[in-house]
Write a protein that binds this ligand. Structure first.
Ligand SMILES: [Zn+2]
Length: 257
């Protein structure tokens, strides 16, 4: 990721200084980090239980440009966890409603709507200019495709998933050589289409996982602290169990090796 020279950064307006005051007070971000964040572009795939809090926090945090990708419509079962939507939004397109709500939240951010389903034929141009891809989808097949897109475009990938009372977050540095990818972790699951639709999911768990994905994004974009790079965070909220396992590249991986 490019590190900008501080005096090349755009200076903030008084309004921006006020809006982002609580970030600017943090030594890890301060005014330079906030200015840098305002020049970053994130591609977010999926506006479900994970995508809603991710989109919300990235927009309120002052990510300069956010591309939201989803093809679905809102249904009543979504309202238990998809916090960008309310009862009046049922049957509307998720990207349209999310665009409207996020623009109200922070009108200074550039938000691009992509009303498309992810498949292996999706146009790579969508991802060409972003700094980071976030996977907030809900099935193995789509995640495998997103992993491939992220490798082909050399973009870091932040993956999250939640089902029942368990969730996972991992950061794959697909922008760097010889790093583990999603398929090194799960290589025989191409046919698995399991999602929270058939297993159920605790509403607040999707908020936890989505918030961690948003947090990892900001850390990665501004290069502070330690991310979950090549690590898998496993959360079991039923037993309040949180653990991290290290990931290694599978030299036989069909996707990255
Ligand atoms: Zn791999």
């Amino acid at each position: 990721m490019k590190t900008k020279i501080k005096n090349n950064l755009k200076s903030l307006t008084n309004q921006e200084i006020e809006r982002y005051n609580r970030h600017i007070l943090l030594e890890e971000i301060d005014i330079h980090g906030q200015s840098e964040l305002l020049e970053k572009h994130v591609c977010l795939i999926g506006l479900g239980g994970l995508g809603c809090p991710i989109a919300y926090y990235l927009t309120s945090s002052g990510i300069g440009e956010l591309t939201i990708i989803d093809y679905d419509r809102i249904d009543t079962t979504n309202l238990q966890r998809q916090i960008l939507f309310n009862s009046l939004d049922v049957n509307k397109k998720k990207v349209e409603v999310a665009f409207e709500k996020l623009t109200q939240l922070n009108p200074t951010i550039k938000i691009n709507k992509v009303d498309k389903q992810i498949n292996s034929h999706i146009n790579n141009v969508i991802f060409k200019n972003c700094d980071l891809i976030i996977d907030a989808t809900d099935n193995f097949k789509t995640r495998t495709i997103i992993n491939k897109i992220s490798i082909d475009n050399k973009k870091p990938l932040i993956m999250g998933s939640a089902a029942k009372m368990e969730g996972q977050v991992a950061v794959f540095r697909n922008d760097l050589p010889n790093m583990p990818c999603y398929n090194c972790l799960y290589n025989d699951l191409d046919d698995e289409n399991k999602s929270c639709l058939d297993q159920g999911v605790l509403s607040s768990l999707t908020g936890i996982i989505g918030s961690i994905q948003a947090t990892e994004s900001i850390k990665l974009l501004l290069n502070f602290g330690e991310t979950l790079e090549s690590k898998l965070l496993l959360i079991d909220v039923k037993y309040s169990n949180y653990r991290i396992v290290n990931l290694k590249q599978d030299k036989k991986c069909k996707v990255c090796s």
